[in-house]
Write a protein that binds this ligand. Structure first.
Ligand SMILES: NC(=O)c1ccc[n+]([C@@H]2O[C@H](COP(=O)([O-])OP(=O)(O)OC[C@H]3O[C@@H](n4cnc5c(N)ncnc54)[C@H](O)[C@@H]3O)[C@@H](O)[C@H]2O)c1
Length: 279
């Protein structure tokens, strides 16, 4: 019997690896990541351990080449699982690449897989608790709803510059938070389109998770504040996210769509209750 296929983006990263190992126990894997040697090594490691890796495609997720390669691998009559973890944070990149990967590439990915959705398909996008904590600004929200517009990066860049009040060091963080706020909205709007197709889409908003990205962020004041805010008193591990993703992608979550799950040790609750302050 044909098994479900699970497409994991950011598969060479911390959460991507944990998701591939967990979902790969019952599903055939299609992996993609920008980090070519790391992705190739990970795919070989998984195959040697007995996992089925149908394809491992290295490159920029927003590129036509990668989208064409992964859609060729996932096409079929089985329901599809997507776990989308690829992303950039302020410790890794500037405002424009963050927006390009976290939002523009995400929309391109969803557009590319939409014609391949079969009833029972489920997508889980990794957003961020940062997307919950930034205020909603109507002018930014209107732009963020149409990130494939040709002048999107220029116009959102102007809003980010305005919000940073001349402090260029803040631009990456603002871009990151806005890009993740947009992912939370994207899940709501796509759920309306995907529901009639029998497909679901949700997101997870992690707090501080000690992946390669998370360790870099934890060393910044904002990241440390996020980590210290968690009432559970520990940073998360990648498996915390993989287990939540496994649940949301499973039939056990068959009535859940268009919504987000905070997996943050309670950090956002602590900020909202005034029990913690953003760094
Ligand atoms: N780690 C945390 O504390 C934390 C907290 C909140 C949200 N997140 C989000 O979780 C997701 C996964 O993060 P992680 O902690 O596993 O980070 P990570 O850096 O370990 O993994 C991210 C992966 O994405 C890949 N990637 C980056 N740009 C890409 C591109 N253009 N095309 C293809 N692949 C690309 C990287 O090569 C990397 O392997 C990200 O979206 C991140 O924003 C992380």
């Amino acid at each position: 019997m044909a098994r479900r296929k699970a497409l994991i983006t950011g598969a060479a990263g911390g959460m991507g690896r944990a998701c591939a190992r967990l979902l790969g126990t019952t599903q055939d894997l299609v992996l993609t990541d920008a980090a070519a040697p790391a992705l190739e090594r990970f795919a070989e490691e998984l195959r040697a351990e007995g996992y089925t890796v149908l394809g491992a495609h290295a490159g920029d997720l927003g590129s036509d080449a990668v989208l064409t390669a992964i859609t060729a691998d996932i096409a079929g009559n089985e329901p599809l699982t997507l776990i989308h973890t690829a992303g950039l944070s302020p410790s890794l990149a500037g405002a424009a690449p963050i927006m390009a990967v976290n939002l523009i590439a995400t929309v391109k990915l969803l557009d590319a897989i939409e014609p391949l959705l079969r009833p029972g398909s489920a997508a889980v996008l990794i957003a961020s608790s940062a997307g919950h904590l930034i205020p909603e600004i109507p002018a930014a929200l209107a732009l963020l709803a149409a990130p494939l517009a040709p002048d999107f990066l220029e116009k959102i860049g102007q809003i980010i510059t305005g919000m940073s009040q001349g402090d260029a060091a803040k631009e990456g963080g603002i871009s990151y938070s806005l890009s993740k706020q947009a992912v939370l909205k994207l899940v709501q709007t796509r759920a309306l389109v995907w529901g009639p197709l029998g497909a679901r889409i949700t997101s997870i908003s992690p707090g501080m998770i000690l992946t390669p990205m998370g360790r870099k962020e934890a060393a910044t004041p904002g990241g440390a504040a996020m980590q210290n805010a968690a009432p559970l008193g520990r940073p998360g591990v990648a498996a915390d996210i993989a287990l939540a993703a496994q649940y949301l992608a499973s039939d056990a979550a068959s009535f859940i769509t268009g919504t987000d799950l905070l997996v943050d040790g309670g950090s956002v609750a602590a900020f909202r209750q005034g029990a913690a302050r953003i760094g």
